[in-house]
Design a protein around this ligand. Structure first.
Ligand SMILES: Nc1ncnc2c1ncn2[C@@H]1O[C@H](COP(=O)(O)OP(=O)(O)O)[C@@H](O)[C@H]1O
Ligand SMILES: [Mg+2]
Length: 290
């Protein structure tokens, strides 16, 4: 049987970097998987060479050129561990929040406006959290308590997403799923030091596990992370991400490698090897998308 092939669409990592992905790729390669890095940033790509040449793709960089290439591969039938349509939905907090609401998952009341000033009447009911609708990593997330806070929001032509602020009791409860296996990590927000970014593993109560599982089901994914805050004894899902950093998850790299390998094998089996027999291997190693 031909070796499994997995393509990774990656950001450019600086040195040193603390991403799990280099370790994951090394582990897969030790397991006999051919691993290709697709980093389309430093040269021209002939778009006609962008074709499905791997059993599975891992979309670690979820914006810019990498996302568009993932879309082009998806349109040609590629298997992507974090599927392109789901990645697009999760990249837009407006879409993601509405899907969570529709699934009956506890989330803060969420509002969208074209200009921050339109949020003013909502402050009568209490503080809000404003977030960039395509944001991540806590960037641009701010608590708004007064009209002065509102006026200080930088001007933008982009839609503004606001949520009711629920004062959190303690740290974020982050729940990560790798192939349906759940891992809880408590992390302070904002995390500044490396230790804070890794947080502290904890065993999530059944209620939090149930919420996390329902989040995955709402998007049809089993690789993800959810940010849950607990406020006055009530959990609220405030964020979901299909390709988090999994920092603080014990042995994350080996769990991820096993999951990707099993996923690729299942794809290979379900396609009856059709993909691999039709693709000349040379194009994978010498192709322009690497
Ligand atoms: N509605 C909210 N009430 C209280 N705290 C919140 C709320 N929404 C977000 N937070 C806090 O802000 C942090 C960052 O917000 P989040 O929605 O996760 O944005 P990002 O996608 O940038 O990570 C969360 O981890 C949580 O600690
Ligand atoms: Mg978050």
């Amino acid at each position: 049987m031909k070796p499994m092939r997995i393509g990774f669409l990656l950001p450019r990592y600086g040195e040193p970097n603390d991403s799990h992905m280099p370790l994951v790729m090394r582990a897969l390669s030790h397991q006999g998987v051919i691993v290709d890095v697709i980093q389309p940033l430093d040269r021209a790509i002939d778009l006609s060479t962008v074709r499905v040449e791997h059993d599975l793709y891992v979309l670690k960089r979820t914006n810019g050129l990498a996302l568009s290439i993932a879309g082009a591969l998806h349109a040609q039938g590629a298997a992507i561990v974090n599927p392109y349509p789901v990645t697009v939905a999760l990249g837009d907090k407006i879409i993601a929040a509405r899907i969570l609401q529709s699934a009956g998952i506890p989330t803060p009341a969420t509002y969208i406006v074209s200009r921050p000033s339109f949020l003013a009447p909502l402050l009568d009911e209490g503080p809000l959290v404003v977030k960039p609708y395509q944001g991540s990593g806590g960037y641009g997330v701010r608590v708004i308590r007064t009209a002065v806070d509102l006026a200080a929001i930088p001007a933008t032509k982009e839609p503004v997403l606001a949520q009711r602020y629920h004062p959190p009791a303690g740290r974020d409860r982050k729940i990560y799923s790798i192939g349906g296996r759940l891992f809880g990590v408590k992390k302070i927000f904002p995390a500044r030091t490396q230790a804070e970014k890794h947080g502290e593993p904890f065993r999530p109560a059944p209620e939090l596990c149930d919420i996390a599982v329902r989040c995955g089901q709402a998007f049809g994914i089993d690789l993800y992370g959810v940010d849950i805050i607990e406020s006055n004894g009530t959990p609220y899902v405030v964020d979901i991400c299909s390709m988090p950093g999994f920092k603080g998850v014990p042995d994350a790299a080996s769990h991820l490698a096993l999951y990707f390998h099993a996923y690729a094998a299942a794809e290979r089996a379900s396609r009856g090897q059709a993909l691999l027999t039709s693709v000349p291997t040379e194009t994978v190693s010498k192709g322009e998308v690497r």
